[in-house]
Design a protein around this ligand. Structure first.
Ligand code: FAD
Length: 410
């Protein structure tokens, strides 16, 4: 509901007059916002516009006008107006100082009341139709709503319990728009290696992960990796999944390389491992940088479990060192879209004007938020994009209504 809330504020900020109403299927405001950032709401990032655009990959440039209209500094000011201060943490991640996502939802609700924005709850939109003089919106229950411009910001398909069940794709396809393949985004990856299952719940810090298809590097990431009962997750893997998921969807064989000690070069790692000389010393050595469960599991994967102080051949020690620098995993799939953080894919960008979020297919129609085929790594980028595209869509919808009324089109 982030893009819709921001669109309503953009509409009001344009000050062309006219009224704006939000049609929300839920009975409450911000159900998804309330669970973001593990309940702390990583609402944006302190990094520059250029870094934001990079975080969205090849499509990022589409967002420049939206970031020009409403960016992270505007977000900080907006929440300050509602009495909520934000703070910046590691990696430029911005959170409410209260560490409570619910406070972000409350602050937003407060701003809407202050700005005189009406919200109709339990108002699930089932159809939108363009006609002379504007739009007719069919609701699941209740009388149709008529309006002069419409902003569709129904989100994606992850966490459908929050209301984002993908309704917007069908509504917009009905208007002539197209949707790119909808895949899980920022999602845990499943791996073939059964030994991982024994370590479910183990967290590895400061790991470098690379994804490869044959000799082609799909992407790399660094940070925390969480071992799950079916493979790997955690911030480093979630971000990498944006490159992995489309390749898996095309049936490609994706391999993951996990460097458990990226701060050391391979030669140095081999040197240190060779200096261990025996299994007992190898264990003591890896326990310096790996959790015990992982260290013990790797001892059995390396086949040196229980070998005590028996000297190990240099070749074996070198191979162990290389495996610390490159644990090989084969990707077999991902967690489902419903439990992904975002939807990878959406309304194709070529059909949307980045300067207004206006549809290039139907006049008076605007599209914002996660519904668009835009996805970024973790770190507050996705929420900021929803705020920014929403605000721009709202402002331009207000302009459209005012202009159309003046020249008699509406
Ligand atoms: C668990 C989780 C944690 C996350 N954490 C972060 C984070 O920390 N930082 C970050 O940047 N991003 C995070 N995200 C991603 C972020 O929440 C989304 O990108 C963002 O919410 C998208 O905003 P939106 O307004 O486009 O869609 P949504 O927030 O999904 O809102 C869409 C709204 O439309 C309503 N709706 C849907 N269909 C209809 C209909 N037919 N009629 C009427 N209303 C309808 C829904 O009820 C919902 O309120 C997280 C996502 C999840 C699932």
């Amino acid at each position: 509901m982030v893009a819709a809330l921001s669109a309503a504020r953009g509409f009001k900020a344009a000050a062309y007059g006219g009224s704006v109403v939000i049609l929300e299927r839920n009975r409450v405001v911000g159900r998804k916002l309330a669970i973001t950032g593990k309940g702390r709401a990583n609402v944006t990032n302190a990094r520059s516009k250029e870094e934001f655009v990079r975080a969205f990959g090849p499509s990022g440039r589409f967002l420049y006008p939206a970031f020009e209209s409403f960016f992270s500094d505007d977000l900080v000011t907006m929440f300050a107006e509602a009495g909520l201060q934000l703070k910046t943490e590691r990696g430029g991640r911005v959170f409410p100082i209260t560490d409570k996502a619910q406070d972000v939802v409350q602050a937003f609700a407060q701003l809407l009341v202050r700005d005189g924005v009406d919200t109709l709850y339990s108002a699930r939109v089932r159809s939108i139709d363009a006609g002379p003089g504007g739009w007719t919106i069919g609701l699941e229950s209740g009388k149709p709503v008529r309006c002069r411009a419409i902003i569709v910001a129904t989100g994606g398909m992850s966490y459908p319990g929050t209301g984002s069940t993908g309704d917007g794709y069908g509504l917009l396809e009905h208007m002539g728009h197209h949707t790119s393949p909808l895949l899980p985004g920022l999602v845990s990856l499943h791996c073939a290696e059964k030994w991982l299952g024994e370590l479910a719940g183990t967290s590895l810090e400061g790991v470098a992960v690379e994804a490869w298809v044959g000799r082609k590097l799909l992407g790399r990431s660094h940070g925390e990796v969480m071992i799950t009962d079916r493979g790997v997750g955690g911030p480093a893997v979630l971000s990498l999944s944006l490159a992995v998921v489309p390749a898996l969807a095309e049936g490609q064989d994706v391999a993951l390389h996990m460097d458990l000690r990226p701060e050391l070069g391979v030669d140095r790692e081999i040197h240190d491992m060779e200096a261990c000389g025996n299994a007992e010393a190898v264990l003591a050595y890896v326990l310096k940088f790996l959790p015990k469960r992982m260290a013990l599991q790797l001892m059995s994967v390396w086949g040196i479990e229980g070998k005590g102080r028996t000297p190990l051949p240099r070749k074996t020690l070198a191979a162990i060192a290389k495996s610390v620098k490159g644990v090989e995993l084969r990707c077999t799939g991902t967690d489902p879209l419903a439990s992904a953080i975002i939807t990878h894919g959406g309304i194709v960008l070529q059909e949307v004007d980045p300067r207004s979020m206006g549809s290039k297919v139907v006049p008076g129609l605007f599209i914002a938020g996660e519904l668009l085929d835009l996805q970024a790594v973790t770190g507050g980028y996705n929420l900021q994009a929803a705020f920014s595209t929403g605000f721009l869509a709202g402002r331009c919808a207000a302009e459209y209504v005012a202009k159309s009324a003046n020249d008699g089109r509406l």
